[in-house]
Design a protein around this ligand. Structure first.
Ligand code: SF4
Ligand code: SF4
Length: 139
């Protein structure tokens, strides 16, 4: 169950249609696993362990689906799913973020607004931490 949960909180790179479906199947599998664990555990601890997962799926299923299909965490808790953008109104083109980006996802000329190439961004947060002009925004 932990593996399935961790999987949907990760940003899947180069994911194709079928693989998204596999991730969604993970949620269904999670529910089945939870029921089996509840039914077959010998003690109360095991019987109640899956309850948080079952109740969050029951009440927040749309958020699970957002994680799978939109790769979006509305609570902004899943670090891998954060989206970083540069506010061009605030960016002065100092180039510091581009130098600190581990994947060369930030482009732009000196003293001109910079941009993040979303496909290359691994959501490490370096640019957000280093920008002194609050020009990096997270959504
Ligand atoms: S560190 Fe901030 S101001 Fe400097 S280029 Fe990056 S986003 Fe723009
Ligand atoms: S979050 Fe990390 S990988 Fe993404 S643009 Fe910023 S520094 Fe680069």
């Amino acid at each position: 169950m932990l593996e399935i949960l961790e999987n949907i909180t990760k940003r899947p790179f180069n994911l194709h249609g079928n693989e998204t479906l596999e991730r969604f199947k993970g949620i269904i599998h999670l529910e089945e696993l939870a029921e089996v664990i509840k039914d077959t555990s010998l003690c109360g601890l095991g019987q109640s362990a899956p309850n948080p997962v079952l109740s969050t799926i029951r009440w927040f299923r749309d958020e699970y689906e957002e994680h799978v299909f939109d790769r979006y965490c509305r609570a902004n808790v899943c670090q891998d799913l954060r989206t970083f953008k540069i506010n061009v109104e605030k960016c002065i083109g100092c180039t510091v973020c581009a130098k600190k980006c581990p994947t060369d996802a930030i482009i732009g000329a000196r003293k001109k607004p910079h941009f993040i190439i979303e496909d290359k961004c691994i959501a490490c947060g370096n640019c957000f931490d280093i920008c002194k002009f609050d020009a990096i925004e997270i959504s």
